[in-house]
Design a protein around this ligand. Structure first.
Ligand code: ADP
Ligand code: MG
Length: 255
């Protein structure tokens, strides 16, 4: 078995034009661990997740997922950019859940879930449906398989979005403020599904303002501000005893 961490980001730099949004970000996430990423709006949290998933290209640094260098092939001591096809193969192993659910509105719940496995991974429809029904059962929504997303609550839609991501059998799940768009009474059901996923051993990076989730479920916590990791460590320690003034100031607003 490989002893590589699941995610190793080293000195990641990302610019939009002249705006340097990520400045030398280094993060390691071990297999089966849950890393939580917190920080003020505009600090670069979403951009960092999007870089991990190849939704953005990086301007500096290196990123490995499960020991694979992302976006590049190495021959000798030279690096070559991967073809779009190779990139999409790497991306298929990383699940992502967004704040805004992003389900296909014209497809039923079941169709949403089997779409990527059948199209990207060439899974046979019957097998994809069987897996989808198991996943729906896992998120408590097997009875909604034939329903269109518009008829579901926000919490239910987000649980479907999680099931849809899991249908690709990802080795890593990225969550970008998955509960921020939900009415408060619907947050718990989504966090419960995420907690179950964490307990099942999934490696997860979670951008969240749910400090209770970070404290209870997180194995590590990263506080990001202005494109840098200001502070990181055991969530319980960082939250109880933040060392940096910027962390203290942020936590005093969200706690
Ligand atoms: P967060 O998720 O922490 O709120 P983001 O990663 O969304 O922060 O954004 C970080 C900074 O990068 C912001 O200043 C934002 O305006 C900028 N930014 C994000 N995406 C783009 C883009 N596609 N083009 C230009 N600027 C962007
Ligand atoms: Mg964001």
């Amino acid at each position: 078995m490989s002893s590589n961490p699941m995610v190793r980001a080293e000195h990641i730099v990302k610019r939009f034009g002249s705006h340097e949004v990520l400045k030398d970000i280094s993060v390691t996430v071990e297999r089966g661990q849950v890393a939580c990423l917190i920080g003020p709006s505009g600090s670069g949290k979403s951009t960092f997740l999007r870089c991990i998933n190849h939704l953005e290209s990086i301007n500096g640094g290196r990123l490995w997922v499960d020991g694979d260098l992302m976006g590049y092939r190495q021959r000798g001591d030279k690096l070559y950019e991967m073809s779009p096809k190779e990139v999409s193969r790497q991306r298929a192993d990383i699940g992502m859940v967004f704040q805004s659910f992003n389900l296909f509105p014209h497809m039923t719940v079941l169709e949403n879930i089997i779409e990527a496995p059948t199209r990207v991974k060439n899974v046979k429809k019957q097998a994809a449906v069987a897996t989808a029904m198991q996943l729906l059962d896992r998120v408590g929504l097997a009875h909604k398989a034939k329903v269109y997303p518009g008829h579901l609550s926000g919490g239910q839609q987000q649980r479907v979005a999680i099931a849809r991501a899991l249908a690709m059998e990802p080795k890593l799940m990225l969550f970008d403020e998955p509960t921020s768009a939900l009415d408060p009474e619907l947050v718990g059901e989504v966090l419960d599904v995420m907690k179950g996923l964490a307990q099942s051993g999934m490696t997860m990076i979670v951008v969240t303002h749910e400090i209770g989730f970070a404290r209870e479920v997180g194995d590590s916590l990263f506080f990001m501000d202005g494109g840098v990791i200001v502070e990181s460590g055991d969530p319980r320690e960082v939250l109880a005893n933040p060392q940096h003034q910027r962390t203290q100031s942020f936590l005093s607003k969200v706690l």
